[in-house]
Every structure is written in structure tokens, then in C-alpha cells.
Design a protein around this ligand. Sequence first.
Ligand SMILES: Cc1cc2nc3c(=O)[nH]c(=O)nc-3n(C[C@H](O)[C@H](O)[C@H](O)COP(=O)(O)O)c2cc1C
Length: 182
Amino acid sequence: MEVLEAIKTRRSIRRYKTTPVDEKTLEQVLEAARWAPSWANTQCWRFIVVRDGNIRAELAATLSANNPAADAIRSAPVTIVVCAELKRSGCYHGEPTTNKGDTWYMFDAALAMQNLVLAAHALGLGTVHAGAFDAGKADSILGVPEGFCVVEMTPLGYPDHEAKAPPRKEQSEIVFHDKFGG
Ligand SMILES: Cc1cc2nc3c(=O)[nH]c(=O)nc-3n(C[C@H](O)[C@H](O)[C@H](O)COP(=O)(O)O)c2cc1C
């Protein structure tokens, strides 16, 4: 699938078939994440592939009340959780180098996960970025060690429906010229 087409036609998928995802397809999806750019090529991300139904159910229970991604995590055959190593991205010798503090790991993790979801879509798979959950609980469910944290997760599986695209702001609302607001 052509990249611009993939960007435009990818949708958040919240209902899945139980059809398994084979290892080769999974590897292709993870390969797309592996090749994402990152701060000074620090690659602070780590990916946990969760197939175990009990662990997926525990993860789903960390999502915010009425979060529509929770059922998706329970029903899709795979959940991919992205973790990040702290004090690496945007840091030098463990100290932040910008006024954003130690937050650039979020940016790097997002770049990797967006690569992953686009590749998944190109292969006919569905995903939904899920960020509204108790990340501390997810850390302990998954045994994430000190110095790392869970950032987000997505179910991965074959879509059981066609999702409608929520509208986007017009370029005239979000694109400025030369100065903010210009
Ligand atoms: C950082 C981030 C966190 C998100 N968290 C959730 C979530 O917790 N639950 C959910 O159902 N969707 C979540 N979404 C999906 C958005 O609601 C969705 O991307 C947006 O409505 C646009 O729809 P589309 O992905 O189909 O284009 C999240 C998306 C992003 C980028």
C-alpha cells in the first residue's frame, strides 16, 4: 500500500475477529516500528507482544472507565505494549537537554507506534492507539523494570468492521505561515 494512502485510510479499530496473527506478519509490523527515527538514534522503545488472554484481560482492566479500546484488547488476538527507557531520549548523560525535560521518550515511542499501526494497516490488520489507562498498573502487570515505563498499547488483529473517519480540522485552521497565527 502506498504510504499516503495508508496514512489516510488507517482508522482506529475497536472490534476484532478472533483470527490469529501469524508470526511472519507480526514480525513485519514490529520491523516497521524498529525502523522509526529516534532522538540521537537512542531507540529507547521496547515492545511487549502480549498474546496471553489473562494478561490481555488484566491490561484491559487498567483502561479508563468506558474506554472503548478495552473490549478490543480483550478480543483481538494480540496486544502490543510500547515501553520506553527513561533519561535517554532528549537527554545527555541522563540529564534533559531541552526545556521539555524527560518527555522526548513519548515522542520517540509515538513515532515507532505510528510506523507500527501504518504497517499493520497496510497488511490488512487493525489497531487503535490506547493511551487512557493506569500506566503504573500496566508496569506492574508486565514486570516493567525501574528506569522504564509503559507508554501506550494497541490491540492487533483483523478488523471486524469498517470504521468511519472522524473529521479533521481544515488546513486553514492548523497551518500558519512565517509566525504562529499568520
Ligand atoms: C495518543 C493517543 C491516545 C489514544 N487513546 C485512546 C484510548 O485510550 N481509547 C480509544 O478508544 N482511542 C484512543 N485513541 C484513538 C483516537 O481516539 C483516534 O485516533 C481519533 O479519534 C482519530 O480516529 P482515527 O484513528 O480513526 O483516525 C488514542 C489516540 C492517540 C493518538
